[in-house]
Write a protein that binds this ligand. Structure first.
Ligand code: IMP
Length: 427
Protein backbone atom coordinates (compact mmCIF):
# COMPACT_ATOMS: atom_id res chain seq x y z
CA UNK A 1 0.00 0.00 0.00
CA UNK A 2 1.27 3.46 -0.79
CA UNK A 3 2.21 6.52 1.20
CA UNK A 4 -0.07 9.42 0.26
CA UNK A 5 0.62 13.07 1.08
CA UNK A 6 -2.46 15.28 1.35
CA UNK A 7 -1.61 18.88 0.61
CA UNK A 8 -3.57 22.14 0.82
CA UNK A 9 -3.12 23.52 -2.68
CA UNK A 10 -4.35 27.12 -2.32
CA UNK A 11 -4.48 29.43 0.74
CA UNK A 12 -5.64 26.81 3.25
CA UNK A 13 -9.14 25.71 4.27
CA UNK A 14 -9.58 23.57 1.14
CA UNK A 15 -11.17 20.66 2.96
CA UNK A 16 -8.16 18.48 3.78
CA UNK A 17 -9.88 17.21 6.93
CA UNK A 18 -12.67 15.57 4.95
CA UNK A 19 -10.25 13.93 2.51
CA UNK A 20 -8.03 12.58 5.29
CA UNK A 21 -11.09 11.36 7.20
CA UNK A 22 -12.24 9.47 4.09
CA UNK A 23 -8.92 7.91 3.13
CA UNK A 24 -8.03 7.10 6.74
CA UNK A 25 -10.57 4.27 6.74
CA UNK A 26 -8.12 2.08 4.82
CA UNK A 27 -4.95 3.41 6.41
CA UNK A 28 -3.01 2.28 9.44
CA UNK A 29 -1.43 5.63 10.19
CA UNK A 30 -1.99 9.36 9.65
CA UNK A 31 0.94 11.69 10.27
CA UNK A 32 0.42 15.44 10.53
CA UNK A 33 3.61 17.10 9.33
CA UNK A 34 3.35 20.93 9.53
CA UNK A 35 1.78 23.94 11.22
CA UNK A 36 0.21 23.96 14.65
CA UNK A 37 -3.16 24.85 16.13
CA UNK A 38 -3.46 27.67 13.59
CA UNK A 39 -4.98 24.96 11.38
CA UNK A 40 -8.65 24.10 11.61
CA UNK A 41 -9.78 20.86 10.01
CA UNK A 42 -13.52 20.29 10.00
CA UNK A 43 -14.63 16.69 9.89
CA UNK A 44 -18.25 15.56 9.63
CA UNK A 45 -18.86 11.87 10.12
CA UNK A 46 -21.43 9.59 11.78
CA UNK A 47 -19.98 10.53 15.22
CA UNK A 48 -20.75 14.25 14.72
CA UNK A 49 -19.15 17.47 13.49
CA UNK A 50 -15.64 18.10 14.80
CA UNK A 51 -13.18 20.96 14.51
CA UNK A 52 -9.66 19.62 14.85
CA UNK A 53 -6.60 21.82 15.14
CA UNK A 54 -3.76 19.46 16.02
CA UNK A 55 -4.96 15.87 16.18
CA UNK A 56 -4.80 14.16 12.77
CA UNK A 57 -8.18 13.66 11.14
CA UNK A 58 -7.77 9.84 11.24
CA UNK A 59 -8.55 9.74 14.97
CA UNK A 60 -12.14 8.63 14.34
CA UNK A 61 -11.05 5.15 13.21
CA UNK A 62 -10.05 2.93 16.14
CA UNK A 63 -6.77 1.21 15.39
CA UNK A 64 -5.40 4.01 13.18
CA UNK A 65 -2.26 5.54 14.69
CA UNK A 66 -2.48 9.33 14.55
CA UNK A 67 0.91 10.94 14.80
CA UNK A 68 1.65 14.58 15.46
CA UNK A 69 4.92 14.69 13.58
CA UNK A 70 8.20 16.42 14.30
CA UNK A 71 7.32 19.24 11.87
CA UNK A 72 4.39 20.44 13.99
CA UNK A 73 4.51 23.03 16.77
CA UNK A 74 2.29 21.91 19.65
CA UNK A 75 0.34 24.10 22.04
CA UNK A 76 -0.19 21.58 24.87
CA UNK A 77 -3.20 23.40 26.36
CA UNK A 78 -4.91 23.39 23.00
CA UNK A 79 -4.04 19.72 22.44
CA UNK A 80 -5.42 18.72 25.84
CA UNK A 81 -8.70 20.54 25.23
CA UNK A 82 -8.98 18.82 21.84
CA UNK A 83 -8.39 15.44 23.51
CA UNK A 84 -11.07 16.23 26.10
CA UNK A 85 -13.54 17.34 23.42
CA UNK A 86 -13.04 14.05 21.55
CA UNK A 87 -13.30 11.98 24.72
CA UNK A 88 -16.59 13.73 25.58
CA UNK A 89 -17.88 12.47 22.22
CA UNK A 90 -16.68 8.94 23.03
CA UNK A 91 -13.95 9.05 20.40
CA UNK A 92 -11.16 6.63 21.30
CA UNK A 93 -7.99 8.74 21.47
CA UNK A 94 -5.57 5.95 22.33
CA UNK A 95 -4.21 6.06 18.78
CA UNK A 96 -2.63 9.48 19.34
CA UNK A 97 1.17 9.67 19.33
CA UNK A 98 3.22 12.87 19.60
CA UNK A 99 6.73 13.04 18.20
CA UNK A 100 9.31 13.78 20.88
CA UNK A 101 10.95 16.04 18.29
CA UNK A 102 7.91 18.30 17.80
CA UNK A 103 8.41 21.77 19.27
CA UNK A 104 6.28 23.25 22.03
CA UNK A 105 4.40 26.51 21.81
CA UNK A 106 5.15 28.46 24.97
CA UNK A 107 3.26 31.38 26.54
CA UNK A 108 5.90 33.82 25.31
CA UNK A 109 5.31 32.69 21.70
CA UNK A 110 1.69 33.80 21.92
CA UNK A 111 2.70 37.06 23.57
CA UNK A 112 5.27 37.80 20.86
CA UNK A 113 2.81 36.90 18.08
CA UNK A 114 0.48 39.59 19.38
CA UNK A 115 3.19 42.18 20.06
CA UNK A 116 4.86 41.63 16.67
CA UNK A 117 1.53 41.89 14.83
CA UNK A 118 0.80 45.19 16.59
CA UNK A 119 4.22 46.57 15.71
CA UNK A 120 3.74 45.64 12.02
CA UNK A 121 0.93 48.20 11.74
CA UNK A 122 -0.40 48.28 8.18
CA UNK A 123 1.88 45.38 7.27
CA UNK A 124 0.21 43.09 9.84
CA UNK A 125 -0.02 39.54 8.49
CA UNK A 126 -3.33 38.80 10.16
CA UNK A 127 -1.89 35.77 11.95
CA UNK A 128 -4.08 33.46 14.00
CA UNK A 129 -2.24 34.79 17.14
CA UNK A 130 -1.48 31.20 18.17
CA UNK A 131 2.25 31.85 18.55
CA UNK A 132 3.09 29.87 15.41
CA UNK A 133 5.62 32.29 13.88
CA UNK A 134 7.56 32.90 17.11
CA UNK A 135 7.65 29.13 17.84
CA UNK A 136 9.11 28.29 14.43
CA UNK A 137 11.51 31.24 14.80
CA UNK A 138 12.80 29.72 18.05
CA UNK A 139 13.14 26.32 16.39
CA UNK A 140 15.38 27.80 13.70
CA UNK A 141 17.23 29.94 16.27
CA UNK A 142 17.84 26.70 18.24
CA UNK A 143 16.03 28.11 21.26
CA UNK A 144 12.96 25.91 21.00
CA UNK A 145 11.81 23.42 23.61
CA UNK A 146 10.71 20.04 22.28
CA UNK A 147 7.96 17.66 23.41
CA UNK A 148 10.58 15.14 24.52
CA UNK A 149 11.91 17.65 27.04
CA UNK A 150 8.63 17.46 28.95
CA UNK A 151 9.72 13.97 29.98
CA UNK A 152 12.64 15.25 32.08
CA UNK A 153 11.28 17.90 34.42
CA UNK A 154 14.56 18.86 36.01
CA UNK A 155 16.13 19.63 32.67
CA UNK A 156 12.89 21.34 31.54
CA UNK A 157 13.14 23.77 34.45
CA UNK A 158 16.78 24.53 33.60
CA UNK A 159 15.98 25.14 29.93
CA UNK A 160 13.00 27.31 30.80
CA UNK A 161 15.03 29.45 33.18
CA UNK A 162 17.59 30.18 30.46
CA UNK A 163 15.11 30.84 27.66
CA UNK A 164 12.68 32.91 29.74
CA UNK A 165 15.51 35.13 30.98
CA UNK A 166 16.25 36.07 27.39
CA UNK A 167 12.57 36.43 26.44
CA UNK A 168 11.97 38.67 29.47
CA UNK A 169 14.74 40.99 28.36
CA UNK A 170 12.97 41.49 25.01
CA UNK A 171 9.51 41.67 26.59
CA UNK A 172 10.47 44.35 29.08
CA UNK A 173 13.07 46.36 27.12
CA UNK A 174 11.64 46.27 23.59
CA UNK A 175 7.93 46.02 24.23
CA UNK A 176 7.69 47.45 27.77
CA UNK A 177 5.58 44.39 28.63
CA UNK A 178 5.39 42.43 31.88
CA UNK A 179 8.05 39.72 32.36
CA UNK A 180 7.04 36.06 32.67
CA UNK A 181 7.65 34.04 35.81
CA UNK A 182 9.79 30.92 35.30
CA UNK A 183 8.02 29.20 38.19
CA UNK A 184 4.55 29.83 36.78
CA UNK A 185 5.45 28.66 33.29
CA UNK A 186 7.26 25.64 34.73
CA UNK A 187 4.35 24.53 36.90
CA UNK A 188 1.88 24.97 34.02
CA UNK A 189 4.06 22.92 31.65
CA UNK A 190 4.79 20.30 34.34
CA UNK A 191 1.02 19.70 34.51
CA UNK A 192 0.85 19.34 30.73
CA UNK A 193 3.78 16.94 30.90
CA UNK A 194 1.88 14.67 33.31
CA UNK A 195 -1.17 14.63 31.04
CA UNK A 196 0.66 14.15 27.73
CA UNK A 197 3.49 11.84 28.83
CA UNK A 198 1.85 8.62 27.61
CA UNK A 199 1.56 9.97 24.07
CA UNK A 200 5.13 11.29 23.60
CA UNK A 201 7.33 8.88 21.63
CA UNK A 202 10.10 8.58 19.11
CA UNK A 203 7.92 8.24 16.02
CA UNK A 204 10.53 7.44 13.36
CA UNK A 205 10.69 3.71 14.15
CA UNK A 206 6.89 3.45 14.46
CA UNK A 207 6.37 5.01 11.03
CA UNK A 208 9.09 2.85 9.55
CA UNK A 209 7.36 -0.30 10.80
CA UNK A 210 4.15 0.69 8.97
CA UNK A 211 6.15 1.37 5.81
CA UNK A 212 7.92 -2.00 6.07
CA UNK A 213 4.53 -3.70 6.45
CA UNK A 214 3.37 -1.87 3.32
CA UNK A 215 0.41 -0.35 5.12
CA UNK A 216 -1.37 2.76 3.82
CA UNK A 217 0.18 5.81 5.50
CA UNK A 218 -1.29 9.29 5.06
CA UNK A 219 0.82 12.41 5.50
CA UNK A 220 -1.58 15.18 6.49
CA UNK A 221 -0.66 18.75 5.61
CA UNK A 222 -1.86 21.99 7.15
CA UNK A 223 -2.52 25.42 5.62
CA UNK A 224 -2.00 25.76 1.87
CA UNK A 225 0.80 26.04 -0.70
CA UNK A 226 0.29 29.76 -1.27
CA UNK A 227 1.05 30.35 2.42
CA UNK A 228 4.44 28.64 2.04
CA UNK A 229 7.41 30.59 3.37
CA UNK A 230 9.36 30.34 0.10
CA UNK A 231 6.77 30.00 -2.64
CA UNK A 232 3.76 31.71 -1.08
CA UNK A 233 2.91 35.40 -0.96
CA UNK A 234 5.85 36.26 1.31
CA UNK A 235 5.84 37.93 3.85
CA UNK A 236 2.09 37.24 4.11
CA UNK A 237 2.64 33.56 4.76
CA UNK A 238 2.67 31.13 7.61
CA UNK A 239 5.93 29.98 9.21
CA UNK A 240 6.23 26.34 8.20
CA UNK A 241 6.05 24.79 4.78
CA UNK A 242 2.69 23.31 3.74
CA UNK A 243 4.30 21.82 0.59
CA UNK A 244 4.77 18.16 -0.30
CA UNK A 245 8.53 18.54 0.19
CA UNK A 246 7.91 19.17 3.85
CA UNK A 247 5.69 16.09 4.12
CA UNK A 248 8.96 14.23 4.21
CA UNK A 249 10.91 16.57 6.52
CA UNK A 250 8.03 17.07 8.92
CA UNK A 251 7.34 13.37 9.37
CA UNK A 252 10.62 11.54 8.86
CA UNK A 253 9.30 9.60 5.84
CA UNK A 254 12.01 9.69 3.19
CA UNK A 255 10.96 11.49 -0.04
CA UNK A 256 11.40 8.37 -2.19
CA UNK A 257 8.80 6.52 -0.09
CA UNK A 258 5.97 8.93 -0.93
CA UNK A 259 3.92 7.40 -3.75
CA UNK A 260 1.04 9.81 -4.25
CA UNK A 261 0.71 13.55 -3.69
CA UNK A 262 -2.89 14.72 -3.61
CA UNK A 263 -3.55 18.45 -3.97
CA UNK A 264 -6.74 19.61 -2.30
CA UNK A 265 -8.39 22.54 -4.10
CA UNK A 266 -11.64 24.31 -3.45
CA UNK A 267 -13.79 25.01 -6.53
CA UNK A 268 -13.03 28.70 -5.85
CA UNK A 269 -10.45 30.58 -3.75
CA UNK A 270 -10.52 31.83 -0.19
CA UNK A 271 -8.00 33.48 2.07
CA UNK A 272 -7.99 34.64 5.71
CA UNK A 273 -5.59 37.30 6.90
CA UNK A 274 -3.75 39.86 4.77
CA UNK A 275 -1.82 39.53 1.53
CA UNK A 276 -2.59 39.26 -2.18
CA UNK A 277 -5.48 37.18 -3.49
CA UNK A 278 -5.53 38.06 -7.21
CA UNK A 279 -9.05 36.76 -7.92
CA UNK A 280 -10.64 38.27 -4.80
CA UNK A 281 -14.20 39.50 -5.34
CA UNK A 282 -14.90 42.52 -3.19
CA UNK A 283 -18.47 42.72 -4.44
CA UNK A 284 -21.81 40.96 -4.17
CA UNK A 285 -20.45 37.90 -5.95
CA UNK A 286 -17.78 37.53 -3.25
CA UNK A 287 -20.47 37.88 -0.57
CA UNK A 288 -22.61 35.31 -2.39
CA UNK A 289 -19.78 32.75 -2.36
CA UNK A 290 -19.03 33.49 1.33
CA UNK A 291 -22.65 33.17 2.43
CA UNK A 292 -23.47 30.13 0.29
CA UNK A 293 -20.35 28.33 1.45
CA UNK A 294 -20.35 29.77 4.98
CA UNK A 295 -16.73 30.79 4.58
CA UNK A 296 -15.79 31.76 8.13
CA UNK A 297 -12.52 30.65 9.78
CA UNK A 298 -12.57 27.41 11.79
CA UNK A 299 -9.87 28.67 14.15
CA UNK A 300 -10.60 32.39 14.41
CA UNK A 301 -14.17 32.77 13.06
CA UNK A 302 -12.96 35.53 10.72
CA UNK A 303 -14.89 35.98 7.43
CA UNK A 304 -12.79 34.54 4.60
CA UNK A 305 -12.00 36.60 1.53
CA UNK A 306 -13.52 34.85 -1.51
CA UNK A 307 -12.80 34.82 -5.24
CA UNK A 308 -12.98 32.78 -8.44
CA UNK A 309 -10.70 29.78 -9.01
CA UNK A 310 -7.19 31.03 -9.69
CA UNK A 311 -5.73 28.80 -12.39
CA UNK A 312 -2.35 30.57 -12.40
CA UNK A 313 -1.81 29.94 -8.69
CA UNK A 314 -3.22 26.39 -9.10
CA UNK A 315 -0.79 25.50 -11.89
CA UNK A 316 2.12 26.89 -9.85
CA UNK A 317 0.95 24.90 -6.84
CA UNK A 318 0.71 21.69 -8.90
CA UNK A 319 4.22 22.32 -10.21
CA UNK A 320 5.99 22.95 -6.89
CA UNK A 321 4.14 20.14 -5.12
CA UNK A 322 4.28 17.55 -7.90
CA UNK A 323 0.64 16.60 -7.51
CA UNK A 324 -0.17 13.15 -8.84
CA UNK A 325 -3.83 14.08 -8.60
CA UNK A 326 -6.24 16.69 -7.31
CA UNK A 327 -9.37 16.72 -5.20
CA UNK A 328 -11.86 19.51 -5.96
CA UNK A 329 -14.02 20.25 -2.94
CA UNK A 330 -17.22 22.31 -2.59
CA UNK A 331 -18.48 21.95 -6.16
CA UNK A 332 -22.02 22.13 -4.70
CA UNK A 333 -21.44 25.75 -3.60
CA UNK A 334 -21.97 26.71 -7.26
CA UNK A 335 -25.24 24.78 -7.65
CA UNK A 336 -27.28 27.98 -7.94
CA UNK A 337 -24.81 30.08 -9.95
CA UNK A 338 -25.83 30.91 -13.55
CA UNK A 339 -22.20 31.15 -14.70
CA UNK A 340 -18.69 30.76 -13.30
CA UNK A 341 -15.32 32.29 -14.01
CA UNK A 342 -11.89 30.68 -14.00
CA UNK A 343 -8.73 32.80 -14.00
CA UNK A 344 -6.44 31.46 -16.76
CA UNK A 345 -3.78 34.21 -16.79
CA UNK A 346 -2.90 37.52 -15.15
CA UNK A 347 -2.56 40.88 -16.77
CA UNK A 348 0.47 42.60 -15.25
CA UNK A 349 1.16 46.16 -16.39
CA UNK A 350 -0.52 45.50 -19.75
CA UNK A 351 1.21 42.15 -20.37
CA UNK A 352 -0.50 38.76 -20.12
CA UNK A 353 1.47 36.39 -17.90
CA UNK A 354 0.89 32.79 -16.87
CA UNK A 355 3.48 32.52 -14.10
CA UNK A 356 2.87 33.28 -10.43
CA UNK A 357 5.07 36.29 -9.54
CA UNK A 358 7.32 36.21 -6.48
CA UNK A 359 6.94 39.92 -5.77
CA UNK A 360 4.07 41.11 -3.61
CA UNK A 361 3.86 44.43 -5.44
CA UNK A 362 3.57 42.60 -8.80
CA UNK A 363 0.93 40.28 -7.36
CA UNK A 364 -1.05 43.22 -6.08
CA UNK A 365 -1.08 44.71 -9.57
CA UNK A 366 -2.07 41.48 -11.34
CA UNK A 367 -5.54 41.62 -12.86
CA UNK A 368 -7.10 38.22 -13.53
CA UNK A 369 -7.89 37.19 -17.09
CA UNK A 370 -11.06 35.10 -16.92
CA UNK A 371 -12.81 32.51 -18.99
CA UNK A 372 -16.52 32.26 -18.28
CA UNK A 373 -18.27 28.91 -18.12
CA UNK A 374 -21.98 28.08 -17.85
CA UNK A 375 -23.32 27.02 -14.47
CA UNK A 376 -25.52 23.95 -13.97
CA UNK A 377 -28.30 25.38 -11.75
CA UNK A 378 -29.06 22.01 -10.27
CA UNK A 379 -28.62 20.39 -6.86
CA UNK A 380 -25.55 18.13 -7.00
CA UNK A 381 -25.42 17.17 -3.32
CA UNK A 382 -27.08 13.81 -3.92
CA UNK A 383 -24.95 12.85 -6.93
CA UNK A 384 -22.59 9.92 -6.35
CA UNK A 385 -21.29 9.08 -9.83
CA UNK A 386 -19.36 11.14 -12.38
CA UNK A 387 -21.81 10.29 -15.16
CA UNK A 388 -24.70 11.64 -13.06
CA UNK A 389 -23.11 15.08 -12.63
CA UNK A 390 -24.66 17.76 -14.87
CA UNK A 391 -22.51 18.16 -18.03
CA UNK A 392 -21.75 21.80 -17.09
CA UNK A 393 -20.32 20.61 -13.74
CA UNK A 394 -18.23 17.97 -15.53
CA UNK A 395 -17.10 20.68 -17.91
CA UNK A 396 -16.10 22.95 -14.99
CA UNK A 397 -14.08 20.18 -13.32
CA UNK A 398 -12.41 19.29 -16.63
CA UNK A 399 -11.54 22.96 -17.13
CA UNK A 400 -9.87 23.16 -13.70
CA UNK A 401 -7.95 19.98 -14.47
CA UNK A 402 -6.63 21.34 -17.77
CA UNK A 403 -5.81 24.77 -16.30
CA UNK A 404 -3.76 23.29 -13.47
CA UNK A 405 -2.28 20.52 -15.60
CA UNK A 406 -3.16 17.71 -13.25
CA UNK A 407 -5.79 14.96 -13.26
CA UNK A 408 -8.71 15.18 -10.84
CA UNK A 409 -9.19 12.13 -8.63
CA UNK A 410 -12.16 13.16 -6.52
CA UNK A 411 -14.84 15.84 -6.56
CA UNK A 412 -16.75 16.71 -3.38
CA UNK A 413 -20.35 17.85 -3.43
CA UNK A 414 -20.91 18.22 0.33
CA UNK A 415 -19.11 17.82 3.64
CA UNK A 416 -20.11 14.23 4.39
CA UNK A 417 -17.96 11.21 3.59
CA UNK A 418 -20.47 9.86 1.09
CA UNK A 419 -20.69 13.18 -0.78
CA UNK A 420 -17.68 12.35 -2.90
CA UNK A 421 -17.45 11.42 -6.57
CA UNK A 422 -14.57 9.42 -8.01
CA UNK A 423 -13.39 11.07 -11.21
CA UNK A 424 -10.19 9.03 -11.58
CA UNK A 425 -9.02 6.41 -9.05
CA UNK A 426 -6.52 7.68 -6.45
CA UNK A 427 -4.68 4.33 -6.43
P1 IMP B 1 -0.01 32.12 11.38
O1 IMP B 1 0.17 30.79 10.74
O2 IMP B 1 -0.95 32.11 12.55
O3 IMP B 1 1.29 32.79 11.69
O4 IMP B 1 -0.73 33.09 10.31
C1 IMP B 1 -0.07 33.48 9.12
C2 IMP B 1 -1.07 33.57 7.95
O5 IMP B 1 -1.51 32.25 7.62
C3 IMP B 1 -2.34 34.35 8.30
O6 IMP B 1 -2.77 35.03 7.14
C4 IMP B 1 -3.33 33.28 8.67
O7 IMP B 1 -4.66 33.69 8.45
C5 IMP B 1 -2.93 32.17 7.70
N1 IMP B 1 -3.28 30.83 8.20
C6 IMP B 1 -2.68 30.13 9.18
N2 IMP B 1 -3.25 28.94 9.34
C7 IMP B 1 -4.24 28.87 8.44
C8 IMP B 1 -5.18 27.86 8.10
O8 IMP B 1 -5.23 26.77 8.66
N3 IMP B 1 -6.04 28.17 7.09
C9 IMP B 1 -6.00 29.33 6.41
N4 IMP B 1 -5.12 30.30 6.69
C10 IMP B 1 -4.25 30.07 7.69
Amino acid sequence: MPVVAIIGAQWGDEGKGKVVDMLAEKSSMVVRFAGGDNAGHTVINPLGKFKLHLIPSGIFYPGVSCIIGNGVVVNPASLISELEMLEEHNVDTRGLIISDRAHLIMPYHMLFDELEEKSRGKMAIGTTLRGIGPAFTDKVARMGIRMGELLDKRSLRRRLAAVIEEKNTILTRVYQAEPLSVEEVYSEYARYADRLKPYIKDTVGLIDKSLENEELVLLEGAQGAMLDLDFGTYPFTTSSSPLSGNASLGSGVAPNRIDRILGIFKAYCTRVGSGPLPTELKDEMGDKIRETAQEYGTTTGRPRRCGWFDGVAARFSAQINGFTGAVITRIDVFDSFPSLKVCVAYNLKGKEIRRFPASISDLEQCRPVYEELPGWRQDTTGVRKWEDLPPQAQNYINKLSSVMGCQVNLACIGPERAQTIEVNPVF
